[in-house]
Design a protein around this ligand. Structure first.
Ligand SMILES: Nc1nc2c(c(=O)[nH]1)N[C@H]1C(S)=C(S)[C@@H](COP(=O)(O)OP(=O)(O)OC[C@H]3O[C@@H](n4cnc5c(=O)[nH]c(N)nc54)[C@H](O)[C@@H]3O)O[C@H]1N2
Ligand SMILES: Nc1nc2c(c(=O)[nH]1)N[C@H]1C(S)=C(S)[C@@H](COP(=O)(O)OP(=O)(O)OC[C@H]3O[C@@H](n4cnc5c(=O)[nH]c(N)nc54)[C@H](O)[C@@H]3O)O[C@H]1N2
Ligand SMILES: [Mo]
Length: 775
């Protein structure tokens, strides 16, 4: 049987498995980052680039959204304020390799589609606008103006603007995002899906309803001064390595850490700080005081038990546990919450969590003993069917003890992409409120649509049934990041037009609509010179700090346009020369965009001045700043959340799809998942020894993964991903893990989180089968 291209990744015999690591970072991390940077950029460029990452005069790391230390944090910004994986993200962008028209003349699209994502990423930076016309086998170069003509003509020929969707990934700057959403709304649609729909949407929905604002309530200083930090469903050692430094400071100050995860992730155990000599050579700091190895999807049941234990402890000795004054003056719905919280069904809790009652009681005791608690979480919580309810229960837990809006305490959703939070603030959202839409109209004298647009999953459904005919993507890798790969690829191929504004070649370029364009753009690391001179852009991190980012490298090619320039030019072509928005001015001077942002986006007043402060400024957050809760009740809302058990039939496992240490989402840097001891292979499935034996397989066996999904409308759907190697791994019993995006074909489009519509990428029921094409 013909293997799918992405399955060829695997050199099936190359897999090497060592001991899972117990410590993160350290000397190996430093060496790997230098080696990767040198390989991609050469020595000179490495020396010039790495020192600028996250410095005030430099650029924001294009890796994760973890904040930088500010003056108020004691100003301990280090000369090397980046991590191994940040250096890889930079090297990936600042590489000296280039792809030009000759590359596309050499490889047909069918040949490229046969290559792995890893190979595609290694070819280098895109340098010229390219077009794939209907029936042609190759992308051909096209001029910018001609490219905008093709896009505008295609969009104009749609039955309605709502037949187009405009995706955004989270690297886009605030200036580009603001201009982009304005163009899209002036064109006439709110179809602005983004990567956040697949990422922290559950956090946004839960927080908005309960505390009135969708962002986290802590600063870096709060986190570092906490008595207790809960890290739920997150792997910071790989995905937010600089967070480990903060957790280390928590420990040094005598604070405690609880990690809740089906996997014993290295960074949560022990951390060798590469910024310090002792860290490089010493044994490092033990981080987690308590590691709860939870079953996938068990967090709501755990949190319910914890809120129950707190409520009961206060019942036993009234006034000793709950912050009654806070509850009385700042919250709503406590009575109803209290009534159900007192009942803990221990049998159901132990079954759902796989945890022992005594451990849950120990964690409750730690919560009671802590005066300042911070809860951090990421994809392990959000990409679950009950993701929103789970995060609402996190809020309940914190409200009980008044842990919002006081120093050293609060809610900390740890964001992914470096500017995913800023893009939202700038209006990249299919459901922006009337206040924002009205402000846009007043500012620009335009009319924008009011009906809600489609999110990522809705767009995919729309493509399937013909309601969406065109996809424009500002960054990202839509084809590989979305679930249900086979169906998604069919959907994309059914579009009349697909357009990707990209820095690097990726899978999405190879799953074209009838007409497809690749528009190459500048990255964060590069100098951006426009008519009025050198420009900078702004971004917002996971803790709502907005600051400037300035690239310094020579652009990867002379034909590249910045994202702001691409939007401005497309807008002029699409909306006509007499459009009331001064698009040319946007392009020539980003201060002009920022002046509009200042007047439209609440909290961004005086934007141009404040982003020029050395540390930028912090967005307002009423619960954090003044314990005011802009919800419908005017208070923080308690909610009642009922865990529903995930049914896993006999002989099946619950599979999560996650990141290795050597990738950035769909960008594969290399084949080393060092902390987990897995080398040279990505098509692996991590399974507990007991389960391997019970299922009749052995460590190292080759299997197909078959997902089974019970459509609520009836019927079972099956999806297959071929040829994964079983790796014996100490994950929770009954659970399994495989890498994203290789496992995306298994995630059903219909399996989404309630209310946030986020694909359930962390709980897929699968069975293992001997390979269907065994040879
Ligand atoms: N180097 C690097 N950095 C990145 C990224 C990257 O790909 N590479 N991606 C960026 C992006 S966009 C994001 S969103 C973040 C993602 O950051 P993470 O959320 O840390 O990423 P994942 O690899 O998806 O890991 C999810 C974690 O949740 C755990 N988990 C899975 N299911 C459950 C569950 O049911 N309960 C609990 N308690 N835990 C569970 C997994 O074992 C794993 O440790 O990282 C950002 N930073
Ligand atoms: N199964 C499964 N699926 C998942 C997840 C999971 O855990 N499991 N995680 C989900 C999450 S959390 C997220 S955030 C999404 C990520 O989804 P996306 O954001 O769509 O994917 P990325 O892989 O981050 O996008 C990488 C591409 O962005 C382009 N790029 C990089 N830098 C720039 C830039 O500065 N400008 C422009 N225009 N383009 C640039 C490059 O061409 C690169 O190929 O995936 C989601 N999908
Ligand atoms: Mo993400």
């Amino acid at each position: 049987m013909e293997k799918r291209a992405s399955e060829k990744d695997i050199d099936e015999d190359a897999l090497r498995v060592g001991e899972p690591g117990h410590a993160a970072a350290g000397l190996t991390g430093v060496l790997v980052s230098l080696q990767r940077s040198r390989e991609q950029m050469g020595v000179g460029r490495t020396v010039r680039t790495l020192p600028l990452i996250n410095q005030r005069a430099g650029f924001d790391c294009p890796g994760c959204a973890w904040p930088d230390p500010r003056a108020e944090d004691g100003d301990r910004r280090k000369p090397a304020e980046f991590c191994e994986n940040g250096a890889k993200a930079v090297a990936e962008e600042a590489t000296t390799r280039r792809i030009g028209p000759d590359f596309f003349a050499r490889y047909s699209i069918d040949e490229l589609a046969e290559r792995t994502d890893y190979w595609l990423g290694r070819q280098g930076r895109l340098t010229r606008p390219m077009i794939l016309r209907r029936g042609d086998g190759h992308y051909r170069p096209i001029g910018w103006d001609a490219a905008f003509d093709v896009i505008a003509e295609n969009l104009a020929s749609l039955g309605s603007p709502d037949e187009a969707a405009f995706y955004t990934s989270g690297r886009t700057s605030n200036e580009a995002a603001f201009a982009y959403q304005l163009m899209v709304r002036c064109f006439g649609t709110n179809n602005l899906p983004d990567c956040s729909n697949m990422c922290h949407e559950s956090s946004g929905v839960a927080l908005k309803d309960t505390i009135g604002i969708g962002t986290g309530s802590v600063s870096l200083a709060d986190l570092e001064h906490a008595d207790l930090v809960l890290v739920l469903g997150q792997n910071p050692g790989t995905n937010h390595p600089r967070m480990l430094g903060s957790l280390e400071r928590v420990k040094r100050r005598g604070g405690r850490i609880v990690a809740v995860n089906p996997l014993p992730e290295a960074g949560l155990y022990r951390f060798r700080n590469p910024q310090k000599l002792s860290g490089i050579v010493g044994r490092g700091t033990v981080l987690a005081d308590e590691f709860a190895q939870i079953r996938i999807g068990g967090d709501l049941a755990l949190l319910r038990a914890l809120t129950g234990l707190l409520v009961r402890a206060d019942d036993a000795v009234p006034g000793t546990v709950l912050d009654r004054a806070f509850v009385a003056s700042h919250t709503h719905g406590f009575a109803e919450f209290f009534d159900q919280a007192r009942h803990i069904d221990w049998t159901a809790t132990e079954r759902a969590t796989g945890l022992d009652r005594r451990q849950i009681e120990r964690i409750a005791r730690m919560l009671i003993d802590s005066e300042r608690t911070v809860v951090c979480w990421a994809m392990g919580l959000t990409q679950q069917k009950q993701g929103v309810a789970t995060i609402q229960e996190v809020v309940n837990l914190m409200l009980l003890r008044g842990m919002i809006g006081k120093p050293g305490a609060g809610l900390c959703p740890v964001r992914g992409h470096s500017n995913v939070q800023g893009d939202r603030t700038m209006g990249i959202y299919e459901k922006m409120p009337e206040s924002f839409l009205g402000a846009l109209e007043r500012e620009f004298g335009v009319t924008v649509p009011r009906g809600h647009g489609m999110d990522t999953v809705e767009v995919l459904h729309g493509m399937h049934d013909g309601r969406i005919r065109a996809l424009i993507a500002m960054g990202g890798n839509f084809a590989a990041a979305t679930p249900d790969t086979e169906a998604t690829e069919r959907a994309l191929r059914g579009c009349a037009l697909t357009v990707h504004v990209s820095t690097k070649l990726n899978r999405s370029h190879l799953v074209p609509g009838e007409t497809a364009l690749i528009l190459p753009t500048l990255g964060r690391t590069e100098r951006d010179v426009q008519e009025s001179g050198e420009q900078f852009v702004t971004v917002e991190d996971s803790m709502s700090v907005v600051h400037a980012s300035r690239g310094r490298l020579r652009p990867a090619g002379e034909h590249l346009l910045s994202e702001v320039a691409i939007v401005s030019r497309l807008a002029r072509r699409l909306l006509g020369a007499d459009h009331p928005v001064r698009w040319e001015a946007f392009e020539s001077d980003y201060d002009v965009v920022r002046d509009h942002i200042a007047r439209v986006v609440p909290g961004c007043e005086d934007y141009n001045r404040r982003v020029r402060e050395p540390d930028g400024f912090v967005m307002p957050h009423p619960p954090r700043d003044s314990r005011t809760f802009p919800t419908e009740t005017g208070r923080a809302n308690f909610t009642v959340n009922v865990p529903e058990p995930i049914e896993v039939p006999e002989g099946r496992l619950l599979l999560q799809t996650l990141r290795s240490h050597d990738q950035y989402n769909t960008t594969i840097y290399g084949l080393s998942d060092r902390y987990r001891g897995i080398e040279d292979a990505r098509r692996v499935v991590l399974v507990n020894d007991a389960d391997i034996a019970a299922l009749g397989f052995a460590d190292g066996d080759l299997v197909d993964l078959v997902s089974e999904w019970h459509d609520p409308r009836g019927g079972v759907e099956e999806r297959r991903a071929r040829r994964f190697r079983i790796v014996s791994y100490p994950t929770a019993v009954g659970c399994a893990a495989a890498y994203y995006p290789e496992a995306n074909p298994l995630v059903p489009l219909g399996a989404v989180a309630e209310r946030s519509n986020t694909p359930v990428s962390k709980a897929v029921v699968v069975r293992l089968e001997a390979p269907a094409d065994a040879d």
